[in-house]
Design a protein around this ligand. Structure first.
Ligand code: PLP
Length: 466
């Protein structure tokens, strides 16, 4: 399988190189040159498979010759071994024709585990094969750090330095990170803000010497391998509801366009998806785009669904490339315009084409709270403020007679305060997380200084500047 960049000026690469590189050298994102497709018979034959086996069948459509079959089978078994539900991604009915797929039974109780647990093992394998190691540096305001930590803990070829602003993350979030005592995991508590942490990470990537001597890497949401791992649960849900013989809608709470892009890929592969519904909070750049054809950056405001508080949808470029018939020159132009002016606009007929498959809906915090209460009264299900935006979007844009699956992206216990305020139910942490509140913690305080952080990482890895 050959991959090309959305900006048309980077080398074509295979799956392994695309995974390790992340971003293409021309600033674009990698996509397969042509989509692998599955005949209806092959899709039908996937009904009832254990999740890791289904993941193996889907992922092998993208890995080409870069990963031997038995290795890929092992990687998918390892990736989903730490989930605490036998179904991995259980599907529950909420109402007539309305379902939720719970994607929060992984180690950090959020859907990112589906991609990151796989990506960690994949990185370790690819690096090991090349006799290399890498250092991952990241910054977190509390929510995403633990998913990366759980993804790479204990792996031989990967070290992780996760920066968080000292005293500015909740106790549960901190303990989810600092209770991990594996030697390759380093939590740095920076005397500063989340922006300071992000700036430190950026500065480390911009230091060519530092980047080279540590083989610096990131596991951010534009990594193509993450998208492929997310395609799997679209197949799972649709198969349960009768695919390929019956169409299905998906309603996806999204900010970066990562999760819903995986649904688009599933539809290109031949899964009969009737509609992809996007749910946003009041940071609604995507919803505004699907209403107007204009992509326009505005300020970010904090909401009850912080994992969707984004300003730019980093994975959208992949879909735009498809929508504009893979015209890399035009993508380059639009992205330059966006970087310069914070906005771009597509033509009316292009927007009409996008709206044949996509619909979008926004929900502010008041309506989100009300929806949590409404779902609880109607079905007894307690939902988190991200997932429930998908329910409201589904009600707005679903069609009678076609089942709609909402992707449940976080366990309600992760957002217990908002949930209790909305529906009066106090959700305890699941047993798998209770132990972190008592056990030992490990973290290193560090001053907000590039020199201090660089020196700490150089010393810890015994690599010094030449
Ligand atoms: C990351 C995240 C999202 C948004 O995912 P995208 O990659 O923007 O699609 C939604 N909900 C939760 C709970 C998340 O952690």
């Amino acid at each position: 399988m050959i991959y090309e960049s959305t900006r048309g000026a980077a080398a074509h690469l295979g799956f392994a190189d695309v995974t390790l590189k992340g971003l293409a050298e021309d600033g674009g994102l990698y996509l397969p040159r042509s989509w692998p497709t599955l005949e209806a018979d092959r899709i039908r034959a996937m009904r009832g498979l254990p999740y890791p086996e289904l993941a193996f069948r889907i992922l092998s459509c993208f890995t080409g010759n870069d990963i031997p079959g038995d290795t890929l089978a092992r990687l998918t078994r390892e990736a989903y071994a730490r989930f605490d539900h036998g179904a991995i991604a259980p599907l529950k009915q909420l109402d007539t024709s309305l379902y939720v797929m719970e994607l929060f039974h992984g180690p950090t109780l959020a859907f990112k585990d589906f991609a990151l647990q796989f990506l960690g093992h994949l990185f370790n394998h690819l690096l090991g094969e090349r006799g290399e190691t890498c250092t991952i540096v990241g910054a977190t305001s509390g929510d995403t750090g633990s998913a990366a930590i759980e993804a790479v803990r204990g792996l031989e070829a990967v070290r992780l330095y996760m920066l968080h602003p000292q005293g500015k993350v909740s106790e549960v979030q901190r303990r989810q990170m600092t209770s991990v005592l594996d030697e390759n995991i380093h939590n740095l508590a920076v005397d500063g803000t989340f922006d300071d942490c992000q700036n430190l990470v950026k500065a480390m990537f911009n230091d060519a010497g530092f980047r080279a001597r540590h083989n610096l890497s990131a596991v951010n949401s534009i990594n193509w391998a993450r998208i492929t791992a997310q395609v799997v649960y679209y197949f799972r849900a649709a198969l349960e509801l009768g695919a390929p013989d019956r169409p299905v809608n998906f309603s996806v709470p999204t900010g970066n366009f990562g999760n819903v892009l995986a649904g688009y890929v599933a539809s290109r592969m031949g899964l009969p998806i009737n509609r992809l519904i996007i749910g946003s909070n009041s940071n609604d750049i995507l919803t505004r785009f699907f209403e107007s054809g204009r992509m326009e950056q505005q300020g970010v405001s904090p909401t009850l669904s912080p994992s969707m508080d984004i300003q730019i949808s980093s994975n959208f470029e992949r879909y735009l490339y498809e929508l504009l018939d893979r015209d890399a020159g035009r993508i380059r132009g639009l992205m330059e315009e966006f970087a310069r002016n914070g906005r771009f606009q597509i033509a009316g007929d292009e927007l009409a084409r996008a709206r044949e498959l996509f619909a979008a809906h926004r929900l502010d915090d008041g309506a989100t709270s009300a929806e949590i209460g409404r779902v609880y009264r109607n079905s007894g299900e307690v939902m988190d403020p991200h997932s429930v935006i998908g329910v409201a979007a589904a009600r707005e844009h679903g069609e009678p007679g076609i089942p709609t699956v909402v992707l449940g992206t976080a366990h309600p216990a992760k957002f217990a305060d908002a949930v209790e305020t909305a529906c009066g139910v106090s959700v305890p942490l699941p047993p798998s997380l209770k132990h972190i509140m008592e056990g030992e913690e490990r973290l290193r305080p560090v001053t907000n200084s590039l020199d201090a952080v660089r020196r700490l990482i150089d010393r810890a890895t015994r690599r010094t500047p030449d």
